[in-house]
Design a protein around this ligand. Structure first.
Ligand code: GRF
Length: 216
């Protein structure tokens, strides 16, 4: 069966991108990374992708008159590579409504909190400030409402006494690198559907869309 072609959008480090690339290199993985697009020339993730020979494109948002014009060019880059799923991986631009509508049900994001708690930025610090005992990450479909699309899967980690934004971020990030490839696999296998604004996953073991890690 033809593999699902995934397009990844980054703005920076690209560790989730790298996790998806690594997964796609494993035998039997049903998706391949067709291209990586960055809105920033200096995104560290670009070098990593180039080294492995993944096609990359820099589309700087600067110089575009508005968000939608930029979004349409990004979309065209993905379409050129026959992309069937867009995965946001640390992409730091708010999209115009056009992009999530055009890619409705075909665009996912990973966010470092247990949504709907703590949308937006600096979410690990938000979790620490709120005093929660559990945090984690969420993979969700992207809709025009920021960090609010149908939730597909989550991974939970403890928030420990003495945690800083750095230590909590690192603990969550380890789970992000497990969760994102898992969700892309399920998507590529055609298991994920959206109905009435909720995502469901067919034929996976009960609870498989929630990871727990007790590791410090
Ligand atoms: C991750 O924490 C992701 O959840 C958030 O942005 C960060 C990106 O990190 N959306 P990286 O660029 O994938 O290393």
């Amino acid at each position: 069966m033809a593999k699902l072609k995934v397009g990844i959008l980054i703005s920076g480090r690209g560790s989730n991108m790298a996790a998806l690339i690594r997964a796609a290199q494993t035998t039997g993985y049903p998706a391949e990374i067709a291209c990586v697009v960055s809105n920033r020339e200096d995104a560290a993730g670009l070098d990593a992708a180039r080294k492995i020979g993944i096609p990359t494109e820099v589309i700087s948002h600067r110089g575009y008159p508005d968000r939608e014009t930029f979004d349409r060019d990004v979309s065209a880059a993905f379409e050129k590579h026959d992309v069937g799923l867009v995965a946001l991986a640390g992409f730091m631009r708010i999209q115009s409504a056009w992009f999530p509508e055009h890619w409705a049900g075909r665009q996912i994001n990973i966010h470092p909190s247990l949504l709907p708690a703590f949308p937006g930025l600096h979410v690990q610090q938000q979790a620490l400030d709120a005093g929660v005992r559990v945090s984690g990450c969420t993979v969700h479909f992207v809709t025009p409402d920021l960090d609010a699309g149908p939730i597909i899967a989550q991974a939970a980690v403890p928030v420990l006494a003495g945690d800083t934004e750095e230590t909590l971020s690192a603990r969550i990030l380890r789970q992000e690198h497990l969760l994102y490839p898992l969700v892309v696999r399920w998507f590529a296998e055609g298991r994920i559907a959206i109905a009435d604004g909720r995502a469901s996953i067919r034929d996976i073991p009960p609870g498989a869309s929630l990871l727990f890690s007790a590791e410090p």
